[in-house]
Design a protein around this ligand. Structure first.
Ligand code: LIP
Length: 267
């Protein structure tokens, strides 16, 4: 796709994400309840997750009916154009449920729908609570509220602030907790903020120096990974173990050392 075409796709993503974020914020100000649980009793979906995804899916279908769609709550739809919209209506659902103002609407568009081979063309992540809007089109850099952003440059891994996240399965969390224990003394500190899309955007703006998480769904990281990469981060998503993909994003100055540490601790 040409840069002009990618810019047009990004403009659509931004417009729809803004409308979706306004709906999510409005519902959060009213009342939020658990509509169902998914992979475990703590993997919840709210009625707002479903309502916001329905809004996004409808707006994108009206604007680009030949494109495919892959959403956390409503599954996938085929593509006649070769393009797919990868959508997490509310990333950080538990934060949203508890009223913690750290959750996001994440919309990306890709050539191909398989994270092993897709090419993300444009992505947008909006935090409805703060109003911050992160965006990127492939090859055009990344922005926060329209201003260009760039990753940090920590002098060492020991001075780096590292974020991660955990799955919803108790056995997996035991393993992930053991990994964090091994990392804790090797870095500045650890943060677990609950929304992968915003963790990746935090890398893009230098609020974090590195991030890793194994077991994310495609919609959790599709937009944030492009935004982090376009801001200058080293981003890898090709390490898959037991069917669970490792997403890593890091400032270039520590990326190699960080990747080695993740291998050594079997993150
Ligand atoms: C969340 C991710 C987060 C992860 C959570 C959960 P959701 O996505 O953004 O990084 O640690 O377990 O998967 O479920 O809120 O869309």
């Amino acid at each position: 796709m040409t840069s002009a075409a990618n810019a047009e796709l990004l403009a659509l993503a931004v417009s729809v994400a803004r409308e979706a974020a306004a709906l999510a914020a409005r519902r959060r100000s009213e009342t939020v309840t658990v509509a169902a649980t998914k992979s475990s009793p703590v993997d919840v979906v709210t009625a707002t997750d479903r309502e916001v995804e329905a809004l996004i899916r409808g707006r994108l279908r009206d604007a680009r009916p030949s494109d495919g769609f892959l959403g956390e709550e409503s599954g996938s739809g085929s593509s006649a154009s070769g393009l797919h919209w990868i959508v997490d209506p509310i990333d950080g659902t538990v934060n949203f449920l508890y009223g913690i103002p750290h959750y996001a609407v994440s919309i990306a568009v890709s050539e191909g729908a398989d994270p092993a081979s897709w090419s993300i063309l444009a992505g947008c992540v909006v935090n409805p609570a703060s109003g911050e809007l992160f965006a990127a089109a492939r090859g055009e850099g990344a922005t926060l509220d329209g201003r260009a952003v760039a990753v940090s440059a920590p002098a060492s891994l020991g001075e780096s602030l590292v974020a991660t996240g955990f799955g919803y399965d108790a056995r997996v969390r035991d393993e992930q907790g053991a990994t964090v224990m091994q990392l804790l003394s090797r870095v500045r500190d650890i943060r677990r903020m609950g929304a992968a899309a915003l963790d990746l955007c935090s890398i893009a703006v230098g609020r974090l120096d590195a991030y890793f998480e194994r077991g994310l769904n495609p919609w959790d990281f599709a937009a944030g990974a492009l935004i982090a990469s376009e801001a200058g981060a080293v981003v890898t998503t090709d390490d898959v173990r037991d069917g669970r993909r490792l997403v890593m994003a890091a400032a270039p100055s520590i990326a190699r050392e960080f990747a080695e540490l993740l291998r050594d601790t079997r993150a």
